[in-house]
Design a binder for this molecule. Structure first.
Ligand code: 5AD
Ligand code: SF4
Length: 398
């Protein structure tokens, strides 16, 4: 049993140990392995606290996973992969993909930034980019297998740098992947505002295969808090990127991540974040209460914000954003947009589609003899809207 773990927020370690106890009861005679960021973070301590675990392996060691399985089969009950001192990326021909139309490709792993709240540099190690040839080969193979949407992944995709002689930067890679025959949509995540250069917007403008959506995590609207977080940009510098996108040839949907209650965040700082929401008008956002993580520099910071106050700020932020989304989504009523059909809601008799801007549209389609529309691209007229999705009817003649 391989248990894959995340340690980005909350009491991840505690959850992992609780679940390992439950697994123990459920999986007699099984061999247990803990993978991912909690494995990297807790290391050999896991063997002490959960003696039924035989393998502890962080993501930087996945290239050696085959060798580790051999050791487990040979009876070793203390196998580790914990070094993050690696040049390697996890470049594998065997990736399980559950969605037959959308495929994810990791182009860069690790992170060289040191945001004060973030555990990732400790669990994922330094940045390593895959060669452009390896990414392009995988993308072409996926296109040949019938995938039409590709999502490029990395902790900070913008700092992608081809390690081979070709030397492509991220904007070049983006443009080249989007030119592959059969690929109709390309997305990417996550961006770091400091490395989000104008060439990326130019590449997107030049080819509509690059989707109408940018996720640009801001974390806070206060330059003072951004400095304390070590985010390496000011509010004004962030807004310059937003202006590029707002003045671009196409309308891009904008989403972000926000942390409330970082140490030292005053009511005035929080108001600046609310004001940023008004200014940018995000299409959606992920918001989190600051959560202290092991090894990070913010752990030592004073002026902690009380838990109830974090909760209060989070609720105010989410309420404000909800109102923005209700208004923005309502503006789309009457539009016709192309969706990729992702599924069916049988109870409602609707198909579930996604626009290039990443919005979900639930829509009706004339009875067509029970044939599945999943994986097809259709045109849908928006008839209603809610805070998180749109409703529509098929405008395609099939
Ligand atoms: N506390 C709260 N939120 C965090 N994130 C990362 N680390 C923390 C933390 N310690 C959030 C950031 C990041 C997203 C993936 O998770 O907003 O962009
Ligand atoms: Fe964490 Fe992202 Fe900052 Fe890297 S850039 S340290 S992954 S928040």
């Amino acid at each position: 049993m391989l248990y894959n773990t995340c340690s980005i927020r909350d009491k991840a370690e505690q959850k992992v140990f609780n679940r390992l106890q439950n697994f123990k009861k459920a999986g007699k005679d099984k061999i247990f392995g803990v993978l991912g960021c909690v494995a990297q973070q807790e290391g050999e301590k896991i063997f002490d606290r959960a003696p039924h675990v035989s393998l502890v392996c962080g993501s930087a060691s996945y290239p050696k996973f085959g060798e580790m399985l051999v050791q487990l089969e040979a009876g070793n009950r203390h196998v580790t992969g914990l070094s993050i001192d690696t040049e390697e990326t996890f470049d594998t021909p065997f990736t399980r993909r559950d969605n037959p139309h959308r495929a994810y490709i990791t182009i860069i792993e690790g992170c060289d930034k040191s945001c004060a709240y973030c555990v990732v540099p400790f669990t994922r190690g330094p940045e390593r980019s895959r060669t452009s040839a390896s990414v392009m080969d995988e993308a072409r193979r996926l296109a040949a297998e019938g995938y039409s949407e590709i999502q490029l992944l990395g902790q900070n995709v913008n700092s992608y740098r081809d390690p081979s002689a070709a030397g492509w930067d991220f904007a070049t890679l983006l443009a080249r992947v989007a030119e592959i025959d059969g690929i109709r949509r390309v997305r990417y995540t996550t961006s770091h505002p400091r490395d989000f250069v104008k060439a990326i917007v130019d590449a997107m403008d030049a080819n509509p295969v690059l989707c109408d959506h940018v996720h640009l995590p801001v974390q806070s609207g206060s330059t003072k808090v951004l400095a304390a977080m070590d985010r390496l940009y000011t509010r004004d510098e962030y807004m310059r990127r937003i202006d590029w996108l707002k003045n671009a040839k196409r309308r891009y949907s904008l989403t972000t991540d926000i942390i409330v209650g970082f140490p030292g965040e005053t009511e005035d700082d929080f108001q600046k974040t609310l004001d940023l929401l008004d200014q940018v008008q995000y299409d959606s956002l992920f918001s989190f209460k600051y959560s202290p993580r092991p090894n990070t520099s913010a752990l030592q910071m004073e002026d902690r914000v009380a838990e109830e106050e974090k909760q209060r700020r989070l609720a105010i932020l989410q309420e404000k954003q909800r109102a923005i989304q209700i208004r923005r989504n309502a503006e789309l009523i009457g539009e016709i947009r192309e969706v990729l059909v992702e599924g069916r809601n049988h109870a409602l008799g609707q198909w579930i589609g996604r626009g290039s801007d990443h919005r979900t549209i639930n829509f009706t389609h004339p009875e067509n003899g029970g044939e599945s529309l999943v994986g097809r691209y259709l045109h849908v007229r928006v008839t209603r809207s809610g805070p998180n999705s749109l409703v529509g009817e098929s405008a395609s003649v099939v």
